[in-house]
Design a protein. Sequence first.
Lengths: 249, 403
Amino acid sequence: MIEARQLTKVFQDRKRGAIRAVDGVSFTCRPGQIYGLLGANGAGKTTTLRLLATLLRPTAGGASVAGFDVTAEPGRVRANVGFLATSTALYGRLTARETLTYFGRLHGLADAVIAARIERLADELDMREFLDRRVEKYSTGMKQKTSIARTLVHDPAVSIFDEPTVGLDVMTARNIVRFVRERRDRGKTVIYSTHVMSEVEKLCDVVGIIHRGRLVAEGTVAQLRARYGEADMEEIFVRAVGGEETEAP
Amino acid sequence: MSTRNILTVYAKELRDSLRDRRTLVSMILIPLLMIPGIMMVAVGVSARVMSKARAEIPTVMLLGDGDAPAVRAALAANRRIRLVPAAPDWRQRIADKQLRAAVELPAGFDAALARGAAAEVKIYDYEGELRSGFAVGELRTFFNEYRQRTVAARLAARGLPVELIRPFEVRTENVAPPEKVGGNLVGGLVPYLVILLCFTGAMYPAMDLTAGEKERGTMETILCSPVARSDLVLGKFLVVLTASLATGLISLLSSGATFLARGLVLGGGGAAARSLAALPAIDPVGLLLVLLMVVPVAVLFCAVLLAVSLYAKSIKEASSYASPMIILIIVPAMMGLLPGLELNARLALVPILNLALVSKELVSGVYHWPYLALIFGSTCLYAAAALAFCVRLFNREDVLFRV
């Protein structure tokens, strides 16, 4: 379960002064649900996700993730979250198995449990072939699979995926979308940000559109269609953020 | 703080670093080859230059010797100098290093000596030039002996004993052990190189584990794991310290091996043996104590380097901060090499300089325990402060996510 309450983040910039990257964002994502976060570049999506993953501390407001407060118990939040973003790269000189073992140990798992999880994830994500090769030799798809496995090695209650299919071929992207859906079906809480509108329509139970740090629209795909009188998600997005002049998502 | 997490981070970072060729070069290859290389080349070259200079018989010109055949004959008979015919351009020849020295005798020198009158002998040399200096030394020895023979003859002519004008002899004898002599000669050089290598050994891993992680995008990956920031920084710090100490230890071992080889091949002959023979003996226990004293300095280096590199956004930026710091290390370490600068309570509080000074004593086999304690304690204090600063920095999101 994720509950964001008036989540606010202000950055101080020497030249531009105070920047409200996230401005009073509130939403709830329940177990067994995929919450899709839509927003243009610089809208405050990544900052929101970083606040939920406790990489940043909120300036005001708060959030609880898997029942723990992001400000008071950041360690416990991280122990229950799997966070994947375009900025969370892998260690090139380690193999996938070593990477997963490392993160499993940091999550306090016993080596036997880690070994069993690696076997399961390797099957589910079709990683067996490259499991013991160094990550630096991987294709983009192999890297992304390893990254996803890295976020799941501790079987977290909450998964945060920030554009997980960026730069992937159709088959790998489909594989990953299927995998994310399976997480939801297992009763996990999933927050998913993407630029691919077809993924939003296929995956997300609830969609939140973020613009200039604020949550400007929220609802199921059907609710948003009804509200804006549009069937196409792209049109809905453009109308929600106030017109064409906004940078495309 | 969790020891398990610190060790997990340490083990992973160490494995990761050891798979990086650049770390291996800076940690193992450079210290392994640098000290023996510098020792062999520097000492070998200077020994060769000296022995070549000594082997040369200096050319000397006798000026105004028309009426001093006795001195001329004695000089010509001296095999340690080679007398060349007088020429008007003797000054130029000395400047051109074709002639090492010239001797000017006053008119009627032999006659003046026979009369018992005072006379002055002038030696012209090229001051600061090694071979000219050797020529002057030979000439001084010759004229001293010539004077002594003259005095002895005069005393004998008057029926007086030689002891009349030499009531006592003065002799100097060295009581410093050979280690002490060696310590003063190169003792400063070994710790200087060890300090420098400890710093350079820490430099690359420190940058790679912080700014490098930011650059490669793995910093955010590790920050979203539940490991506490303090555990993360301590794990990383221990890897940098391992690299720094390994570099220092390898350089000490290689210098130890160089000195050991000196003993083994001394009798063997050959160019290598000759240059090794020129190395003075140093105290092996002192060398080990140097390593012990290096530990807190290495901690200080690692913490400072880690903090500076963490602040940087990329390895390039980190190296532009870290490289000028080498000057900050070299200057006090070099000051320790200055002859005459001795350790005192105030200097014992100056980091790096204190280590350079005490190391010079340690390799000479001199242990000033109160100073050793003061240096170790004060450096530990500085190191702890630097490490605390580093941990604080790791908790600042504006540093971790600096854009």
